[in-house]
Design a protein around this ligand. Sequence first.
Ligand code: A2P
Length: 270
Amino acid sequence: MNAPAKTEDFAIKIPDGVYAETVLSVEHYTDHLFRFRMTRPAGFRFRSGEFAMIGLMVGEKPIYRAYSIASPAWDEELEFFSIKVPDGPLTSHLQAIKPGDTVLMRKKPTGTLVLDALTPGKRLYMFSTGTGIAPFASLIRDPETYEKFEEVILTHTCRDVAELKYGFDLVEEIRNHEFLNEIVGDKLKHYATVTREDYPFKGRITTLIENGKLFADLGVPALDPEIDRGMICGSSAMLKDTKELLEKAGLNEGANNKPAEFVIERAFVG
Ligand code: A2P
């Protein structure tokens, strides 16, 4: 065991071999969604789009869940976007964290939603639902994404408009960021839709791909395996259905050791 870390009024024991980081800020979006930022360990390296195991001591025991790192690889802090599950073993506790609290992180990041897993292309689609936007929050803030692609299209679909706010804030942040805004220019397009509330842009992303509305709204041609690349992050059902549509358009699924036209990863819950 390492030395106990002081939190507000009690000392907790930190397990060996994990980072113990300090929460810097917490922002709640809805009853179900929040983001937090914490310190980044000096030796911690990751590729934008990867995930890490994040944990808390619950009683005597650490509880970990996979979380996409939402901040880009160059950022001095780490950001995470999380769901709040009332009975969730981790999130029922994690949703109560405050600046100054300690969050655990296992040392090795991993994941398939990385630029290296895609073959060169011109247009990169990032298809997300719910907290599946998190790895893309990292990638859209990474200059390498714009070095590799001429156009980057982030789609985000949620049940309600309030759940889209994190994505809108992200794009706004990029626009207000001196050096990122210059790099991103007009290459980034943000396409946000909802499925259970009135809004100018409505419908599941799968429906909007199938009926062509996505492409018509964006003013781009239909999916083309020569030009388009994809990354998908959402529920298992969303991954399956979106993957089928990309395959139908002639794109093949890739991996770290076998780059191809698209990659997928389940958005983490709990
Ligand atoms: P819907 O409201 O029609 O179910 P969830 O919170 O259940 O993960 O859903 C997040 C968003 O993903 C919702 O807008 C939901 O639409 C949509 N969604 C759920 N399942 C699929 C699927 N199989 N394909 C595409 N989108 C989906």
